[in-house]
Design a protein around this ligand. Structure first.
Ligand SMILES: Nc1ncnc2c1ncn2[C@@H]1O[C@H](COP(=O)(O)OP(=O)(O)OP(=O)(O)O)[C@@H](O)[C@H]1O
Ligand SMILES: [Mg+2]
Length: 705
C-alpha cells in the first residue's frame, strides 16, 4: 500500500480527526490550515488539561502534541492520555523546537509514536501524520480482527467447551455403562461358573443314577402308560441278550423277556392295562434262555402319576429269583428229609431194642436146641427173619444219619477199586462199567464200608434203569470250590467228587423230587424197598457231604457226590480181627433199662461163664457197684437210661477213684452217643447185638486191661 500524503486516508469512510495541541495560537492556525487543506478534520487545544478531556470526549484519530506548554507539559499530557483507557490507543506525535535526540527519546518513552521538529516541513508532517493514521487504522483493524478472532475463538471455545462437556457427559455415561457392563459381566461370569458347576453336578448325578439304573441287579425299565418301552437298563438287556433298538418303542409284552410263552405275553399285556389304570401289579413270571433254562422272575409294574393323579409312566421291574427258588426248594426238601429221618430213626431205635431181644433169645435158643433139628430150624428161621428186620432198621438208621459210623481217613480211589469187582458182578454182562479215577489220592474222613454201600446202591439203581444194557461211569476227581455251589449247601473248600452216571431211562421231575425219601420206589412190589437212595442220602449227609442228581427222561441219570477232603496222610484201611467167640469168668455189672434186652444179655453172658450183676437203671447200677466194687471187673452200661444215664454212672464211678473197663451199648443215635462224649471204638456196642457180637466185645474190652 502506497501512502498518498496529499489526501487524508479516510477512517471508516469518514474524514480522519486530528487533535492539534499548542499553546501558540499561530502554530495552531498554521497546522489547522495545512491539515484541513489535506482533508483532515482538525480539533484544537491549547493546554495539557483540556487536551486529556477533549481527547476523551472527541476520540480523535491522532493527537499532535506540543511539548513545551505552560502548566501540564506535553510529556505529562501524553502520559495522562496513555493512562486513560479511552485515549490510550490514540497515537500521539510530539511537536517541538527541541531537536536533540534526548528529547525525542523522552517523548517516545512517554508513549508518543513520533516526533516532528518545528518549524515543520509540511511534506514530512503530512507524511508522518499519514503513516501514523494508517498505522493506527491498521492497528484498529488488527484489533478489530483480533477481537473478532478472539470472539470467534471464544465462541468456538465455548462451543468446544459445551461439546466437551457433552462429550464428557457422554464419556461419563459410557464409563458408567461400561462399569455396569463390567459388573454385569462379572455377575454373568459368576452365573456362568455357577451354571457350569451345576452342570457338572448334574452330569455327575446323571452318571451316578445311570450307573445305578444300569448296574443294579434288578431288571428295570420305563414305559408309556400304553406300555411302549422308553428305557431298559443294561441288566435287563443283558438278561435277555437283546439290544436297545430291539426293545425301545415296542410294547413291553412283545419284548424278548416273555417271548417263549404266549400266555405270559398276554399276562404282561393285561398287567400294563391294570397299571395304566393306577394299579400296582406284581406276579411271578418266567423267562427261558435260548438253551432252555427257565429263570423265575419276581415281576412288578408300577404306575407313576403326575400331581393331578394321571398315570404318566409305568416302571416295569424284575428280579431273577431262580436261585432263591432253588434254595427254597432245597430247604423244603431238606426239611422234609429231616422230618422223615427223625421219624425213621425213632422207629428204628425202638425196633432195635425189640430185635435185640428176638435175636438174643433166638441165638440162645439156637444153642440150646442144637440137639433137635426141627426146633433148631425154627430158631434159625427166627434169626434169619430177625436179621432181615435188623438190616431194615440198619438202613433206616443209615438214612436218618443215626447209625454208628466208624470214621477213619480213607482214600476214595482205593474204595472204588475195592468194590469194582463186586459191582461188575452185580451189573451183569450187557452193561459196561467205566471207571475213571483222579490221578491224585483223594483222602476223606469216612466209614469205608458205608461209602462202598453208597456206590453199590447207586450202581444197582443204574443197572435197574438200563434193562436193555448201557454204560455206567464212575469217576472221581478233586474239586476246589472258591464259592458255594448252587443246588447244594456246600461251603468253599476242597472236595472229592464221585460221579455215578448211567445211560438209562432217566426220571421225570416228580420222581426226581422224591427219590431220597425212604420207601419211595417206582419198582414193582417186592422188587425195591425204596430205601437204597435214602441210605445213600443219609450216609453222605453224615459224612458232611452233599449229593445232587441230574436226570433226563430217556437219556440217563447222573449222581454227583461231594465229600470234604482232608490232608492226605499215609493211612491205609485198618483191618479188623476176625471175632473169636470166647467166654470168661469175670464179674460184669450190667445196666440196661429194657427188660428183654437185659434178660437176653444176662442169659448170654452167664451161659459163657461170666458172673452178672444186673440193674434196670443208672441209680440202681451205682448202688450195686458200691456194694460189689471189689468184685466187678467190667461195666456194661446202656447209654440212654432213666434217672441216670450210662455216662453219668461211669463218671460217678471214676470219681470214686476206681478205673474200670467200660462197654457202652446203645441202639440209639450216633449223635447222642457223641453228645455223651463217648469215644473210642472198643468200648461201644451197637444194638441190635447177637450173642457173638456181645461176647466178642466183652472179651475185647476185658483183654485190653
Ligand atoms: N439211576 C436211576 N435211573 C432212574 N431212576 C432211578 C435211578 N436211581 C433211582 N431211581 C429212581 O428212584 C427210586 C428210588 O430209588 P431207591 O434206590 O431209593 O429205591 P429202589 O431202587 O426203588 O429200591 P431199593 O434200592 O430199596 O431196592 C427208584 O425206584 C427209581 O424210580
Ligand atoms: Mg435202589
Amino acid at each position: 500500500m502506497s501512502l498518498d500524503i496529499h489526501n487524508a486516508a479516510p477512517c471508516d469512510g469518514r474524514k480522519p480527526v486530528i487533535l492539534v495541541v499548542d499553546d501558540d495560537s499561530n502554530n495552531l492556525a498554521v497546522l489547522r490550515d495545512c491539515l484541513t487543506d489535506f482533508n483532515y478534520t482538525v480539533l484544537m487545544a491549547e493546554d495539557g488539561e483540556s487536551t486529556v478531556s477533549r481527547a476523551d470526549y472527541a476520540r480523535p484519530d491522532l493527537i499532535m502534541l506540543d511539548i513545551m506548554m505552560p502548566g501540564v507539559d506535553g510529556y505529562e499530557t501524553c502520559r495522562r492520555l496513555k493512562r486513560q483507557e479511552s485515549t490510550r490507543d490514540i497515537p500521539v506525535i510530539f511537536m517541538s523546537a527541541l531537536a536533540e535526540t534526548g528529547h525525542k527519546v523522552h517523548g517516545l518513552e512517554a508513549g508518543a509514536v513520533d516526533y516532528v521538529t518545528k518549524p515543520f516541513q509540511q511534506e514530512e508532517l503530512l507524511a508522518r501524520v499519514g503513516v501514523h493514521l494508517s498505522i493506527r487504522d491498521l492497528n484498529r483493524r488488527l484489533k478489530e480482527a483480533n477481537e473478532l478472532l478472539e470472539a470467534r475463538v471464544e465462541a468456538r471455545t465455548r462451543d468446544l467447551a459445551i461439546a466437551n462437556r457433552v462429550l464428557e457427559d457422554e464419556i461419563a455415561e459410557r464409563q458408567a455403562a461400561q462399569e455396569q457392563l463390567q459388573e454385569q459381566a462379572v455377575i454373568l461370569e459368576e452365573k456362568f461358573e455357577e451354571l457350569q458347576l451345576a452342570q457338572v453336578a448334574l452330569s455327575t448325578s446323571e452318571q451316578k443314577f445311570r450307573a445305578i439304573f444300569d448296574q443294579t441287579f434288578q431288571l428295570i425299565g420305563l414305559t408309556t402308560p400304553e406300555g411302549l418301552m422308553l428305557e431298559a437298563n443294561q441288566t435287563a438287556l443283558a438278561f435277555c441278550g437283546a439290544s436297545e433298538s430291539e426293545i425301545l418303542n415296542k410294547p413291553l409284552w412283545e419284548s424278548p423277556w416273555w417271548a417263549h410263552s404266549g400266555e405270559q405275553c398276554e399276562r404282561v399285556r393285561k398287567a400294563v392295562q391294570q397299571a395304566a389304570a393306577g394299579e400296582f401289579v406284581r406276579f411271578e413270571a418266567t423267562h427261558q434262555t435260548p438253551d432252555g433254562t427257565t429263570h423265575y422272575i419276581d415281576f412288578s409294574l408300577k404306575p407313576v402319576m403326575d400331581s393331578a393323579g394321571k398315570v404318566v409312566l409305568l416302571i416295569p421291574e424284575g428280579r431273577d429269583i431262580t436261585s432263591f427258588k432253588k434254595l427254597e426248594e432245597q430247604l423244603r426238601q431238606s426239611q422234609k428229609m429231616e422230618a422223615i429221618g427223625t421219624l425213621a430213626g425213632g422207629v428204628a431205635h425202638d425196633f432195635n431194642n425189640i430185635l435185640t431181644v428176638i435175636m438174643g433169645l433166638g441165638s440162645i435158643l439156637q444153642i440150646k436146641l442144637k440137639d433137635s433139628a426141627t426146633l433148631r430150624q425154627y430158631a434159625d428161621d427166627i434169626l434169619v427173619a430177625a436179621d432181615k428186620a435188623a438190616m431194615l432198621t440198619h438202613s433206616l438208621l443209615a438214612f436218618s444219619r443215626k447209625q454208628i459210623m466208624q470214621s477213619r481217613p480213607e482214600k476214595i480211589n482205593a474204595i472204588v477199586l475195592t468194590i469194582d469187582k463186586l459191582l461188575r458182578r452185580v451189573i451183569g454182562e450187557d452193561i459196561e462199567l467205566h471207571c475213571s479215577l483222579a490221578p491224585e489220592e483223594l483222602m476223606i474222613m469216612a466209614d469205608g464200608s458205608q461209602i462202598e454201600q453208597v456206590l453199590m446202591n447207586l450202581t444197582v439203581n443204574a443197572r435197574d434203569a438200563m434193562l436193555r444194557g448201557g454204560i455206567i461211569s464212575i469217576s472221581t476227581e478233586r474239586l476246589e470250590l472258591t464259592e458255594g455251589l448252587l443246588d447244594t449247601s456246600l461251603k468253599p473248600g476242597s472236595y472229592a467228587r464221585i460221579t455215578v452216571a448211567d445211560t438209562g431211562c432217566g426220571m421225570n421231575t416228580t420222581t426226581r423230587e422224591r427219590i431220597f425219601e425212604p420207601f419211595f420206589t417206582t419198582k414193582e412190589v417186592g422188587k425195591g424197598t425204596g430205601l437204597g437212595l435214602s441210605i445213600v442220602y443219609g450216609i453222605i449227609k453224615q459224612h458232611g457231604g452233599e449229593i445232587s442228581v441230574y436226570s433226563e427222561v430217556g437219556k440217563g441219570t447222573c449222581f454227583k457226590i461231594y465229600l470234604p477232603l482232608i490232608e492226605a496222610s499215609e493211612t491205609g484201611r485198618a483191618s479188623y480181627p476176625v471175632p473169636q467167640v470166647a467166654g470168661g469168668k469175670e464179674t460184669i455189672l450190667l445196666a440196661e433199662d429194657n427188660d428183654g434186652v437185659r434178660g437176653f444179655m444176662v442169659q448170654a453172658l452167664e451161659d459163657y461163664g461170666y458172673r452178672v450183676i444186673a440193674a434196670p437203671d443208672g441209680e440202681e447200677a451205682l448202688r450195686k457197684y458200691r456194694a460189689n466194687n471189689d468184685r466187678i471187673q467190667l461195666l456194661l452200661l446202656d447209654v440212654v437210661m432213666p434217672k441216670m444215664n450210662g455216662q453219668e454212672v461211669y463218671d460217678a464211678i471214676v470219681q470214686e477213684g476206681k478205673r474200670i473197663p467200660v462197654l457202652f451199648s446203645s441202639g440209639y443215635t450216633a449223635d447222642i452217643i457223641e453228645q455223651k462224649g463217648i469215644v473210642g471204638e472198643v468200648g461201644f456196642l451197637a444194638k441190635p447185638v447177637t450173642v457173638q457180637m456181645l461176647l466178642t466185645k466183652v472179651r475185647e474190652v476185658l483183654d485190653q486191661r
